[in-house]
Each structure stands twice: as C-alpha cells, then as structure tokens.
Design a protein around this ligand. Structure first.
Ligand code: HEC
Ligand code: HEC
Ligand code: HEC
Ligand code: HEC
Length: 224
C-alpha cells in the first residue's frame, strides 16, 4: 500500500515536471528566428572612428543647461598650454603622487563632472586609452627658474571666422591628431564657451566639417 502511494506520487511529480518543462520549452519557441550572420555593413573609416567615441552622451549634452558661473574660456584654456596642441599642465594637487595616472586620473577625467573641491568641471580627456597620464602631463612646480628666451608661443587659429558662407559649416582650423574625439572638447560643461557646439547631437562631425589642410586640394578660383 505504502509503496503504491510512493510510486503514484513519484509518477504524478514526474508528469508535472514534463508538463512544465514542455510548456516552457514551447514558450521559448514562440518567436520565429533565423540565425543571421552578424555583418557590419556600415564600417567606420578607421581614421574617423574617434569622432564617435563619446557620441552616446550626445543627447545628454544637447539637453544640458549651461552653468554660466563655471564656464571656461579659450583664454584660460590656452594660458595652461605652452603652445596650441601642447599637453596642458596639471593645475591641481595630486593625491597619489606616486601614481603615473590611470584610474587615479580617469575617475574624474573619463566623463568629467563638477568637482566641489576644485570648484570646476573636470575637462573630459580626449585620449582615455593613454593611461600613463603623467608621462605627458606635469604639475607646474615653478615659473621662476627659467630665463626668458626667444621662444614664441604660436597663436591659436581664430574662432568664428572659419566658414565660407555665413551659415556654412566652419572648417576644422586645427590638427586632427590627438583631437579625433570631437565631443570631448566641444560639448559639455567643461568645453570653453567660444567653441561649445550648438549641435552635439549631429554625431558624425566630419560629415560636414573638413580639416583645414584639405583646402590644399582645391584650385584657387574666382569664387568670392
Ligand atoms: C578629484 C577629481 C580629479 C582628479 C582625481 C584629477 N583631476 Fe585633473 N582636473 C580636475 C578638475 C576639476 C580640473 C579643472 C580645474 C580648473 O579648471 O581649475 C582638472 C584639470 C586638469 C588638467 C588641465 C586640463 C586643461 O584643459 O587645462 C589636467 C592636464 C589634469 N587635470 C590632469 C590630471 C591628471 C594627470 C590626473 C591624475 C594624476 C588628474 N588630473 C586627477 C579634477 C581632477
Ligand atoms: C602621449 C602623451 C599624453 C598622455 C599619455 C596623456 N595625454 Fe592628455 N594631452 C596630451 C596632449 C598633447 C594634449 C593637448 C591636445 C590638444 O590640445 O590637441 C592633452 C590634453 C589633455 C586634456 C585637455 C583636453 C582639452 O580640453 O584640451 C586633458 C584633460 C588630458 N589631456 C588628460 C589626460 C589624462 C587624464 C591622461 C591619462 C588617462 C592623459 N591626458 C594622457 C598628451 C597626453
Ligand atoms: C583637444 C580639444 C579639441 C578636440 C578633441 C577637437 N577640437 Fe575643434 N577646437 C578646439 C579648439 C581649442 C578650437 C579653437 C581654435 C583652436 O584653438 O584650435 C577648436 C575649433 C574648432 C572649429 C572652429 C569653430 C569656429 O567657430 O570657428 C571646428 C569646426 C572644430 N573645432 C571642429 C572639430 C571637430 C570636427 C573635431 C573632431 C574631429 C574637433 N574639433 C576636435 C579644440 C578641440
Ligand atoms: C549636418 C552637418 C553638420 C554636422 C554633422 C556637424 N556640424 Fe557643426 N556646424 C554645421 C553648420 C552648418 C555650422 C554653422 C552654423 C551656423 O553658422 O549657424 C556648424 C557650426 C559648428 C561650430 C561653430 C559653433 C556653432 O555651434 O555654431 C562648431 C564648433 C561645430 N560646428 C562643431 C561640430 C562638432 C563637434 C560636430 C560633431 C558633434 C558637428 N559640428 C557636426 C554643420 C554640421
């Protein structure tokens, strides 16, 4: 009698298991599918892929209000650089002085954001993969030990005068090397106010903006 109960209980459990398993198997088959090979039919031009590096933040930048009290200007931007394109010096204290960089710097510089103790927005690094930050960026320890010499700080290109027509896209007046990642400098609260782009959401910047050097391929014409 006891054995019969155990056997029938076991059979019942087994049947229930098959029923449930079958149901979930069937529901898993509800969506039709074919196994497609994933092919990227829209390959990025390797030399332009950096343009898209921060494009996932583009819509956030477009919606972000401007914090007028903490804006940078091109004047303050260039006062921290020996010449246009030179690595800026580190204008703040470094907590871990034995660190070469990496996460000790990226925690603030990867995505930027307001840093209370420095009362400023951290500029976004255009080259987060170059992790040995202090190989190129140093703290300015003194400005007194150097004798003045004939070094002449090149003037940066002018801003706002780079378009052929009033409403045409301005050419890119600067080099592209180390500046592939357009949104890191041209969008967000740390962007110098003169160059903050009005359209961060048009992520394919180089579709409309061409580097200055390309003008060499055009013959001079009588166009005015
Ligand atoms: C606590 C956050 C924080 C950390 C950590 C940090 N920074 Fe900064 N950094 C800032 C902020 C904020 C500014 C902007 C300061 C200003 O404008 O006065 C800045 C500015 C800079 C600048 C000047 C950028 C420019 O455009 O002039 C450089 C270079 C820099 N930091 C490098 C580094 C390096 C290298 C490290 C790692 C050793 C580092 N930072 C760690 C917050 C940080
Ligand atoms: C191989 C040298 C090199 C390394 C390594 C390097 N940088 Fe730079 N960095 C530069 C140069 C050069 C510029 C100036 C680029 C320009 O103006 O075209 C720059 C610019 C910057 C700027 C300012 C961007 C702006 O608004 O102009 C920040 C912030 C910065 N670097 C942070 C970092 C951090 C953080 C690291 C480490 C994760 C790092 N850098 C590693 C050379 C380097
Ligand atoms: C390291 C920071 C940085 C990066 C990255 C960068 N720019 Fe710039 N850009 C500047 C600065 C600074 C200026 C102002 C002129 C100068 O000093 O070179 C400028 C000027 C410009 C101008 C002229 C604006 C005007 O009103 O005349 C255009 C257009 C432009 N950049 C497009 C781009 C595009 C497109 C990219 C990406 C391929 C890019 N920039 C990447 C810093 C940057
Ligand atoms: C569809 C074409 C197009 C794309 C894509 C585009 N721009 Fe522009 N851009 C323009 C035009 C047109 C102007 C001139 C606007 C005017 O004068 O009203 C302009 C102006 C600018 C200026 C001058 C300041 C301003 O906002 O008017 C900067 C800087 C700039 N663009 C940077 C960028 C960056 C960075 C990107 C990528 C995120 C980008 N652009 C994508 C067409 C484009």
């Amino acid at each position: 009698m006891k054995r019969l109960v155990v056997i029938s209980l076991f059979t019942l459990l087994f049947a229930a298991f098959i029923f449930v398993w079958n149901k979930s198997y069937e529901s898993g088959l509800e969506d039709a599918y074919i196994s497609l090979e994933v092919v990227n039919d829209n390959p990025l031009i390797p030399s332009e892929s950096g343009v898209f590096e921060r494009s996932k933040f583009a819509l956030d930048y477009a919606k972000m209000p401007v914090d007028k009290n903490h804006q940078r200007s091109l004047n303050s931007y260039y006062s921290n650089r020996a010449y246009p394109g030179a690595p800026p010096s580190i204008p703040h204290d470094i907590k871990q002085d034995n660190s070469i960089g990496e996460n000790d710097c990226l925690k603030c510089h990867q995505n930027g954001g307001f840093v209370q103790k420095f009362d400023a927005y951290a500029p976004v690094v255009p080259h987060p993969k170059m992790v040995n930050c202090r190989q190129c960026h140093v703290v300015e320890k003194t400005s007194k030990d150097f004798k003045s010499n004939s070094f002449y700080k090149n003037k940066p290109p002018t801003v706002g005068k780079n378009n052929a027509l009033l409403t045409s896209p301005p050419i890119i007046p600067h080099q592209i090397q180390m500046r592939e990642n357009c949104l890191s400098c041209h969008a967000g609260p740390s962007a110098p106010k003169e160059i903050r782009v009005s359209h961060p959401e048009r992520v394919n910047c180089r579709q409309c903006h061409v580097p200055k050097n390309d003008s060499a391929i055009f013959k001079r014409s009588s166009y005015e």
